[in-house]
Ligand binder design. Structure first.
Ligand code: ADP
Ligand code: MG
Length: 369
């Protein structure tokens, strides 16, 4: 949203298969959703602002229902009608998984369908508690997401490669710990690679790296070795002395020749060709995190090159490729290959927690139901 308008309707469109299928079969479809992080009801976070955009996307009338009059308004709806209920986070108990709030939600319907994989890592009244109160099902988007993730890491075709990069190093170390036991090749790029190189005693100059995590990084490398997982760290890198577009001092260097005043901002051209060759031997790929600072030219090159390789292998039927993460998806869009991957997850946090091997409360509640 910007200035009260929907500027990206990706997540609205993601609900269409479920909503149209239910409405076409004669259900009254009530949409429960959250928007923003309101602490108390506030017009700025009202879903009334989204109703018209949703109606345009859906191509049929959509009503907006305020909680004040929910019971009366819902009672007047006819089979096939679609309505958006006001922001679930206007209830303080929503994020506390409050059973009383869940009962209020549940009282309005006969069946519960959860189509929000991206919210499944949180136990909220509208994602968890409610699933214990009504017959509960996964929607089509949730189903597609779970099927794709299961195919990529649950029972994948081997060999499996994982690419992990980006900047959120400490939050992704748990992901790596889980992955080394499950994948055949672990490709590390971005700020993550700098942390591992530094842990191995390589001087990474002024690069983004979490030097205090050296011990954890070395433990992950040891675990990888025990699990026969091959870890790929870049052996050449693109460096500069300033972090800006086409900066001075831009050069390709061997990792052992990075100057004290230089920053590693991308995986080098030789290393990325070797990574492309690794992908050619694999059947499955799961990717989170760009290989370099792809928003700033020319540090997008390695990410784009590897993304294009993965896309071509996928299109040739040789690779199942699954990617997730806000910046990762942006990078795939920049490379023009998001549609060529097998599956691109709309979820950020939920995708990462799933890669960590954690059980997602919203998914677990559906399984129990
Ligand atoms: P995602 O959103 O896909 O989970 P992250 O948020 O962890 O990914 O990381 C993305 C960010 O990492 C991007 O903004 C990118 O510029 C940055 N990045 C990648 N490699 C480097 C690097 N070598 N140095 C600094 N920043 C980097
Ligand atoms: Mg990010």
């Amino acid at each position: 949203m910007a200035d009260g308008e929907v500027t990206d309707d990706t997540r609205l469109r993601a609900t269409l298969p479920t909503v149209t299928e239910l409405a076409d079969k004669g259900a009254i479809v009530l949409l429960l959703a959250h928007f923003g992080r309101p602490k108390v009801p506030s017009p700025q976070f009202s879903l009334s602002r989204v109703t018209r955009a949703y109606q345009d996307v859906l191509g049929r009338p959509v009503r907006y229902v305020d909680w004040e009059v929910a019971e009366e308004n819902v009672a007047m709806l006819q089979p096939g009608d679609v309505a958006i209920l006001e922001n679930t986070r206007f209830f303080g108990g929503e994020e506390k998984n409050d059973p009383a709030v869940a009962r209020r939600f549940a009282s309005l319907g006969d069946l519960y369908v959860n189509d929000a994989f991206s919210a499944a890592h949180r136990a909220h009244a509208s994602t968890e508690a409610i699933a214990h109160l009504l017959p509960a099902y996964a929607g089509r988007a949730m189903e597609a997401e779970l099927n794709a993730l299961e195919k990529a890491l649950g029972r994948p075709e081997r060999p499996v490669a994982a690419v992990v990069g980006g900047a959120k190093v400490s939050t992704k170390l748990e992901v790596l710990r889980n992955l080394v036991a499950r994948v055949d090749h672990l490709i590390i790029g971005g700020g993550m690679a700098n942390t591992f190189l530094a842990a191995r005693g390589v001087d990474v100059g002024r690069s983004l790296a979490e030097r205090d995590l050296a011990e954890t990084a070395l433990a992950i490398l040891a675990a990888a070795e025990r699990a026969s997982c091959t870890v790929h760290l870049p052996y050449d890198v693109v460096v500069a002395t300033a972090f800006k577009p086409n900066p001075p001092g831009l050069r390709t260097a061997n990792v052992h020749e990075v100057g004290a005043d230089e920053m590693i901002l991308d995986v080098g051209p030789a290393a990325v060709e070797a990574l492309a060759d690794v992908l050619k031997t694999c059947r499955t790929l799961v990717w989170n995190g760009p290989l370099g600072a792809f928003e700033t030219p020319p540090f997008e090159r390695a990410t784009l090159r590897l993304a294009q390789t993965a896309a071509a292998l996928t299109q040739a039927g040789q690779l199942v490729s699954v990617a997730g993460g806000g910046d990762t998806v942006a990078a795939l869009n920049q490379a023009g290959v998001a549609d060529d991957f097998t599956f691109v997850s709309t979820a950020g946090g939920a995708f990462l927690e799933w890669m960590e091997g954690k059980e997602l409360p919203g998914v677990r509640a559906l399984e129990v139901a």
